[in-house]
Design a protein around this ligand. Sequence first.
Ligand code: BG6
Length: 462
Amino acid sequence: MANAQSDALVFFGATGDLAYKQIFPALQGLIRDEGFNLPIIGVAKAGWNLDQLKARAKDSLEHHGGIDAAAFEKLIGLLRYVDGDYNDEATFAELRKQLGEARRPLHYLAIPPSLFGTVAENLAKAGAAENARVVVEKPFGRDLKSSQELSATLHQYFPEAEIYRIDHYLGKEPVQNILYTRFANPVFEPIWNREHVRSIQITMAESFGVEDRGKFYDEVGTLLDVVQNHMLQVLANLTMDPPTGEDHDAVRDRKAELMRAVRPLTAYSVVRGQYQGYRSVPGVAPGSNVETFIAVRLHIDSWRWAGVPIYIRAGKMLPVTCTEALVEFKRPPRETFGELVPNTSAHMRMRVSPDIAIALGVRVKIPGERMAGRDVELDLHSQAVEDMPPYERLLGDASRGMNELFSRQDLVEAQWRIVEPILGNVTPVYSYAPGAWGPEEANQLIGNDGPWANPVVQPQGA
Ligand code: BG6
């Protein structure tokens, strides 16, 4: 079964938002780029028919990525639809019928986690879970315990090796490139540790608010929406040890070791913020204390990273939309030229979005008599956009049984362990103006390890 190509793709939640924004574009891409040619069956409880789903697919592609006439026509030809309640066995009997000859389906559960158990059980009863793979979306649990329960539920019907937990950041080209650049260039490895690194900062800034996702967002907040998953994955790629051996799980093994070495957060290492106006977003509780911004200070208890402060901040309604990691190297041990070399001069900057970049910050001499310098950045790599959207890469990988870019149970649990102590509004939430870099308290958190390096984003076309 390992690595066999799935012979059908089923997606639950076919009429929902995720299908609209991500799954249809990914499917069209897979058909266009990889000749994907298998029955694609949407399942939902919407009272729809196949023509309505086809119309939805068209609308989705018109708004997300554009229609590719040939691939779209094939997609429409491959599409099937099953309408029905997830509690009703008849829905699954119909699904089994639509699966026809398929014996190794891939089931994508683009539905709330509370329904995973019901759907998995009914798939099994209908004989559609055997030799199947299952793809699930974040959030994978709300804390360590619920995450373990969710895994236990799925394990009743699917072995761990057939469970594909999506964290779409893992499917991003520049996130993989962090790992690639580190381990394809041995020159970096000797300086990638506490001897040379002063601090690490990761910023995930979004200039928009929670908009029509008020209800969802108010249940999770920034910590669970993007830090517990996406940001910790970026951190792992930045700081993990090199994978060894041929084992296809080598990367995930090293990553899990790293996650386990991250010290759980405490209230002293967190600043939460909420943008002014958040409480009047539809779906948000009027007195909500949920954060739309968070800054945390982390430590990795390993020989490589002991004593190196790591800062992550993420938030909505910040000045720009940009995700970027900055590894700051130490300053010279003494001022050879009588000038104070800034803390920020020597660094490696890895930008994940909106454009892709890897740059090395160095100090060079200003021409003239004085031995004085200025900071410049050597652009090692820059690229306008991603080649392959994350969902296309991830769905393609899952359909081929390649699970390296998916989160494993032990990894997810290690991630929960890190954030668990600060769950549930245990620290104050400070207000900030839309368009600010979060509340002032975030600057106090970083203190002498700062300042925060605010990403600069060039206007498009500049
Ligand atoms: C999602 C979060 O997982 O990631 C969103 O739920 C966030 O709140 C999004 O905006 C960011 O993803 P990307 O790929 O646009 O950086």
